[in-house]
Design a protein around this ligand. Structure first.
Ligand code: BGC
Length: 727
C-alpha cells in the first residue's frame, strides 16, 4: 500500500494471496450499500459481495445475516473468445487506487493474453453519494497490438451467494428501452431487490443483444477493435428494495431515465459536491505525519461509507458493509466506538443510528421479559428485529489431546454480556449533550433511557448479608473472562445509567411539553420510582480497590495468575489461543480494555492518580497484539490523558493499522469498524484532549512527537467548531 496525496491509497502490484485483503480495504459505498473492491471480471478465490443496509435474511446458527446482493460491477470481457483474467497471461503493470475523498475506485492493467495480445484496461466505479441508489461503473479498453472482436458481457447475476448459502428467489426479468432489470426476493424475509442497468459506449459496435436468462439477464456487446484504438463502456445501475419504496422495479427504471440526460462528468460533479459537504465537517488534517494522515482518512472514509444518511431503521454492523464477519450484526461497537465520530461531525447519521435502537425497543422488551426482568434489555447482537441474534453454539477448531478438532463452542455473550444496555444509554446522553437535540430526547432518547433503567432496577441482585446490590454472572468488555461477578465496568455503568435516568426524569417533569407527561404516565415512572432507582444506585457494589489504588476488574481477578506478556514476545496468536478458552479464564490476560475503558468513559468520576495507576496495571495485562481490535484506541486515549505521548502513539498506530496492514490476519472477513471510530476518538479526545464542559469546550493537547498540529471540526449544540491544536 502506498499513498501520494494524503487522499488515496494505491497498490502498484497485484499479489494474488492478498486479494481478499485488497477487496476489503478498497471497498466503496455510500451509507446505503457497500461493495467490496473485487475485480469486475472475477478472480479465483475472490470474495465478491455487496451488502445493502437492512437487507437481512434468515440463516442457520447466527439467525439472520445481510444477504449478498447481485454484483452490480460484474463484467466479462473477451478478446476473440479469449476471456480476460489476471489469472492468465502476463501482467505488465497493475495499479489500483482508492480515492478516499470521493470514494472512487480505479484500476489500470497492462495485460498480455496467453496468445500475446497486449491490451490496457482502465476500470472505474463509484456509488453516488448524492443519490445513493445510483451506481456508476466504466471501463476503457485500449489495444496495443490486438486486432479483432471485443465482447463485453454485463450480467446481473442473481446467484449471489453468502459463501455457500443462497438467499434469493427469482421474481422477474424486466426491460425498458435499453435497460435491463433483475428483480429477486429474499427467501424468508421477503425483501424484494430490483437491480436495473443501462449502458453507454463509444467504439465500433457491431452487435448488441440481451440474454434473457431468468436469474441472470445479461447484456452483450460486440465491438471491433484495432491496434491503437479504444472502446469505452459505461454501465449505470439503479438499485432499490422494498425497504425503500413499494415498487422498486419502477423506481429503478425511473432513476435510470432521470439520469440519462446527464454525462458521467455531470454525475461526478453532483457526487463530488455531496462528498465535499461531508468532508467539510468530518475531515481531520495532521501536520506532519503522512502515514498517520492517510490511515486516519482511511478510517474516516470507511465510517462515512457505512453511516446511513437517510434511514433510521438500520445500524452499522461490526464489519460495516464490508464482509461476512459477524453477518452484519450490530454490537456496542456502534454506540461506544463509532458513534462519537458521527455525533460530533455528522449528527444526522448519529440520530439515525440511535433511532434504530429506539425502534428496536420491542425486541429489547421481549428479551428483558424472557429473562424475567422489567423494561428493555438490548441484545448483545442485534439485526433487523432487535431481538437477540448472538449465536448460541458455533463450530470452531479447538486444541485438545488429539491435536485439533472441530467442536461446538458455547457462546455466552448473548446471554450475559449485558453492559450493552448501559452503553446505548451512554451514547444517547452523549449525543444529547453535544447536539442539544431536545426533540430527539423528548420523542425517542428519554424513552430508551428510562425503559432500560427499568431493566437495571430489576436486574440488580440484593445481597442481604453484605447489604448491597450486586450483578453476578456476566461478561464485561474483556471477553477472555466469562461468568464473572461484579464486573467493575458493568456495575459502574449501571450506577451511571440509574443516575442518568433520574436526570432525565427530572428533565421531563420540568418540560412544559405535554409529550413529557404522557411519556412518564405511559411508562409508569413517578417520583417514587425515580427515587427508588436513585437509592439503588447508591447501594450498587463497586469492586474492591487495593492499596495501590487498583480497581479489581471483577470479584477474584486479583487472585488470578499473573502472566508476563514479555515472555511471549514474537507470538502470532492471541493469549486465548495460547492458553485455551478455559486456561485464559484463570490468568490475567485481558482481551481488551475493561477497567481502562471505564476510566475513559466516566473520566470525570476518577482522579488522574487512579487513572494512571490502573492504566499501568491493566496495560501490561492486555493482549494488544492479538486480542480485540477494540482495545488499542482506548488505551491510546487513556495514555494520552496521563501524558504518555509515546505509548499513546504506539497504541494509536495499532488501531490505525488494523485494516490497512491486516494486523490480525482476518481482514478478509471485513473492516474492524469499532477500531475506525476508536481512531477518531484517539485523535480528538486523546491527542487533542477535547473536553466538553458546562461552558463549552476546551482542548488539552498531548500530540505525538513530530505532529505539528491537528485540525478537525465538530458541531457543538448545532454550531460548527473548527479546531486547530498545536503542541
Ligand atoms: C469483541 C467485542 C466486540 C465484537 C464485535 C469481539 O471480539 O470482544 O467487544 O463487540 O468483537 O466487534
Amino acid at each position: 500500500m502506498r499513498t501520494e496525496t494524503g487522499w488515496e491509497i494505491f497498490y502498484d502490484q497485484f499479489v494474488p494471496d492478498t486479494l481478499n485483503h485488497l477487496e476489503t480495504v478498497t471497498m466503496i459505498g455510500n451509507g446505503y450499500l457497500g461493495t467490496r473492491g473485487s475485480f469486475a471480471e472475477g478472480y479465483p478465490g475472490a470474495n465478491r459481495a455487496t451488502f445493502v443496509h437492512g437487507v437481512f435474511d434468515d440463516t442457520p446458527i447466527v439467525f439472520t445475516e445481510l444477504a449478498n446482493i447481485p454484483d452490480w460491477t460484474a463484467l466479462q470481457i473477451k478478446f476473440n473468445d479469449k476471456v480476460f483474467s489476471l489469472a492468465e497471461g502476463t501482467l505488465h503493470s497493475f495499479t489500483t487506487r482508492l480515492d478516499l475523498q470521493y470514494g472512487v475506485l480505479t484500476r489500470q492493467v497492462d495485460w498480455e493474453s496467453p496468445d500475446n495480445q497486449r491490451i490496457m484496461i482502465n476500470f472505474e466505479r463509484f456509488a453516488c453519494l448524492h443519490n445513493v441508489h445510483l451506481l456508476m461503473q466504466r471501463l476503457r479498453i485500449t489495444s496495443q497490438n490486438f486486432e479483432g472482436q471485443v465482447e463485453i458481457q454485463a450480467p446481473i447475476n442473481g446467484y449471489a451467494l453468502n459463501e455457500q448459502l443462497m438467499h434469493w428467489q427469482h421474481a422477474s426479468n424486466n426491460h425498458q428501452h435499453d435497460a435491463n432489470q433483475l428483480v429477486i426476493k429474499t427467501i424468508a424475509s421477503k425483501i424484494t431487490v430490483a437491480v436495473a442497468q443501462d449502458y453507454r459506449y463509444q467504439g465500433d459496435l457491431t452487435q448488441k443483444s440481451i440474454w434473457n436468462v431468468p436469474m441472470q439477464p445479461t447484456a452483450v456487446f460486440l465491438f471491433g477493435l484495432k491496434a491503437g484504438e479504444s472502446v469505452t463502456f459505461e454501465k449505470r445501475t439503479a438499485l432499490f428494495t422494498t425497504r425503500d419504496t413499494a415498487n422498486p422495479s419502477q423506481a429503478g427504471f425511473e432513476l435510470l431515465e432521470q439520469s440519462s440526460g446527464l454525462s458521467w462528468i455531470q454525475i461526478r460533479r453532483q457526487h463530488d459536491k455531496a462528498w465535499n459537504a461531508v468532508w467539510s465537517t468530518s475531515d481531520m488534517v495532521i501536520d506532519s505525519d503522512d502515514d498517520a494522515q492517510i490511515m486516519v482518512r482511511f478510517c474516516l472514509y470507511q465510517l462515512l461509507i457505512a453511516g446511513p444518511q437517510h434511514d433510521d431503521q438500520v445500524n452499522i454492523g461490526a464489519k460495516t458493509l464490508s464482509g461476512y464477519g459477524y453477518r452484519g450484526h450490530v454490537f456496542w461497537d456502534t454506540e461506544i466506538f463509532m458513534l462519537p465520530f458521527f455525533t460530533f461531525t455528522q449528527p444526522q447519521i448519529a440520530r439515525n443510528l440511535l433511532s434504530y435502537r429506539y425502534h428496536r425497543l420491542p425486541g429489547a422488551r421481549k428479551k428483558a421479559k424472557a429473562n424475567g426482568y422489567d423494561g428493555a434489555q438490548f441484545p448483545w447482537e442485534s439485526a433487523d428485529t432487535g431481538e437477540e441474534v448472538t449465536p448460541t453454539w458455533v463450530p470452531a477448531w479447538v486444541d485438545n489431546e488429539d491435536g485439533k478438532s472441530m467442536e461446538l463452542v458455547r457462546i455466552w455473550t448473548g446471554d450475559i454480556q449485558i453492559h450493552i444496555t448501559a452503553d446505548v444509554a451512554y451514547a444517547i446522553m452523549q449525543y444529547w449533550k453535544i447536539t442539544g437535540d431536545d426533540e430527539f430526547m423528548l420523542t425517542r432518547g428519554a424513552q430508551v433511557i428510562l425503559e432500560t433503567a427499568k431493566f437495571w432496577a430489576s436486574r440488580l441482585e440484593w445481597n442481604q448479608s453484605k447489604e448491597r446490590y450486586e450483578i453476578t454472572d456476566v461478561i464485561g468488555p474483556d471477553e477472555n473472562h466469562d461468568h464473572i461477578d461484579n464486573n467493575a465496568f458493568t456495575n459502574r455503568m449501571v450506577v451511571w445509567h440509574l443516575q442518568t435516568a433520574q436526570e432525565i426524569f427530572e428533565w421531563l417533569v420540568s418540560n412544559p411539553d405535554q409529550q413529557a407527561d404522557d411519556l412518564l404516565s405511559m411508562l409508569g415512572i413517578t417520583q417514587a420510582v425515580s427515587q427508588e432507582w436513585q437509592k439503588k444506585a447508591t447501594l450498587v457494589y463497586f469492586p474492591d480497590i487495593n492499596e495501590e489504588g487498583i480497581i479489581e476488574q471483577f470479584d477474584g481477578f486479583f487472585d488470578l495468575d499473573y502472566i508476563d506478556f514479555s515472555l511471549y514476545a514474537g507470538r502470532t496468536k492471541s493469549m486465548q489461543e495460547i492458553f485455551g478458552i478455559e486456561g485464559t479464564q484463570k490468568v490475567m490476560a485481558l482481551k481488551q480494555a475493561d477497567v481502562v475503558m471505564l476510566l475513559y468513559l466516566l473520566r470525570d468520576k476518577f482522579d488522574l492518580t487512579t487513572i494512571e495507576a490502573n492504566y499501568d496495571y491493566y496495560n501490561i495485562r492486555t493482549d494488544h497484539e492479538y486480542g480485540s481490535s477494540l482495545g488499542p484506541a482506548m488505551h491510546a486515549i487513556v495514555a494520552a490523558m496521563i501524558g504518555r505521548r509515546g505509548e499513546a502513539y504506539q497504541h494509536f498506530l495499532r488501531a490505525a493499522k488494523a485494516d490497512l496492514y491486516d494486523v490480525r490476519g482476518n481482514i478478509k472477513d471485513g473492516i474492524h469498524a469499532a477500531s475506525l471510530g476508536g481512531v477518531w476518538q484517539a485523535v480528538v479526545f486523546g491527542f487533542a484532549g477535547l473536553r466538553i464542559n458546562q461552558d463549552g469546550w476546551s482542548v488539552h493537547p498531548t500530540l505525538p512527537e513530530g505532529w505539528r498540529s491537528v485540525e478537525f471540526s465538530f458541531y457543538h449544540k448545532g454550531e460548527l467548531q473548527r479546531v486547530r491544536v498545536t503542541e
